[in-house]
Ligand binder design. Structure first.
Ligand SMILES: [Zn+2]
Length: 312
């Protein structure tokens, strides 16, 4: 048996193949085939799976497709995907299985990244774990008793949309005061624009080309000791600490993992995460919890492939 993971993003689709010992046989990336409509998209994904089954001479393969969007994983339906042409209510499982003949699971991409971290980085050594994916948005995943916790509509783990400040900043989801409204990359950029009046001349002062502010530039400015950017990471850490603390008192995980591109700035924000956590009055779940940083960019697709193998 081999398994195939397909991690479908708005720009690229990552593909991973595992053997039954969880050894990585293949790990590649292609542009997501979105230009010719949904039927073409399904045809392209099934052709990938069929060519992999031929390459490894396996009649049976198990497939898991991870997608950025609202997924009904019980039925394999993509309810809504703003990043994938705004598709709504697409029965990917049924369509993929009909065309390819292979069994297929459809899961949320942040849940699959969490599963990948659980299998490949934590090596299933703990039973309870929470993951925060820190990127444009803030996502997450929850492992309880060694299983992925999906909740009743497979929408559990939307950690970014817990409210950490009533009536606070506006979130991309439309609500106010969500964790994501403080810890998504758009929040970082908002803070720079608010605190620095003329960003072009500010960047020039540090020897950077003028242009769009990115989290990487906020990181680089902090690296150069810029007070405003150090303060932005401080506030980021403090808010993230509220999010991590809330999950700690709710779920009491042994490990919380920070993943996603922004986690690379951990040296600037982690001291303030820890400071915020030290303010929690309920000490045991906070003190017993380890916080790890995961920097594997392919963990989502590896999560898909391992989830397919675990559920074959
Ligand atoms: Zn929100």
């Amino acid at each position: 048996m081999i398994s195939v993971g397909l991690d479908v993003g708005g720009t690229n689709t990552k593909i991973a193949v595992l053997n039954d010992k969880y050894k990585i046989l293949k790990n590649i990336k292609i542009p997501t085939p979105l230009s010719n409509g949904y039927d073409f998209f399904i045809k392209e994904l099934t052709e990938i799976a069929i060519s992999i089954s031929r390459e490894y001479q396996k009649k049976k393969i198990s497939v898991c497709i991870g997608i950025a969007g609202d997924v009904d994983s019980d039925r394999g339906i993509l309810r809504y995907a703003p990043n994938l042409c705004g598709w709504k209510n697409k029965n990917i499982k049924k369509d993929f299985e009909r065309v390819s003949g292979f069994k297929c699971l459809v899961e949320n991409d942040a849940n699959m990244a969490s599963w990948g971290i659980y299998v490949f980085e934590v090596k299933r050594k703990v039973k309870n774990m929470a993951v925060f994916t820190l990127g444009t948005g803030v996502g997450g995943g929850i492992i309880t008793n060694g299983n992925l916790y999906r909740g009743s509509t497979s929408t559990a783990g939307e950690i970014g949309h817990m409210i950490i400040k009533e009536g606070g900043e506006k979130c991309n989801c439309g609500n106010y005061g969500c964790l994501e409204a403080y810890c998504g990359t758009y929040a970082l950029i908002r803070e720079v624009q608010r605190r620095i009046k003329n960003t072009d001349s500010y960047l020039k002062k540090y020897g950077f080309e003028k242009g769009n502010i990115t989290p990487k530039i906020i990181f680089d400015l902090a690296e150069k000791g810029d007070r405003i950017c150090l303060d932005i990471w401080k506030d980021y850490g403090y808010r993230l600490g509220s999010g991590i603390g809330n999950i700690a008192v709710l779920l009491n995980p042994e490990i919380t993992v920070l993943a996603g591109g922004v986690s690379r700035a951990h040296k600037f924000f982690m001291p303030f995460v820890k400071k915020r956590l030290s303010e929690y009055g309920i000490k045991t779940p906070i003190n017993k919890m380890k916080i790890l940083i995961s920097n594997n960019e392919d963990i989502g697709v590896l999560g898909c492939a391992s989830f397919a193998l675990d559920n074959k």
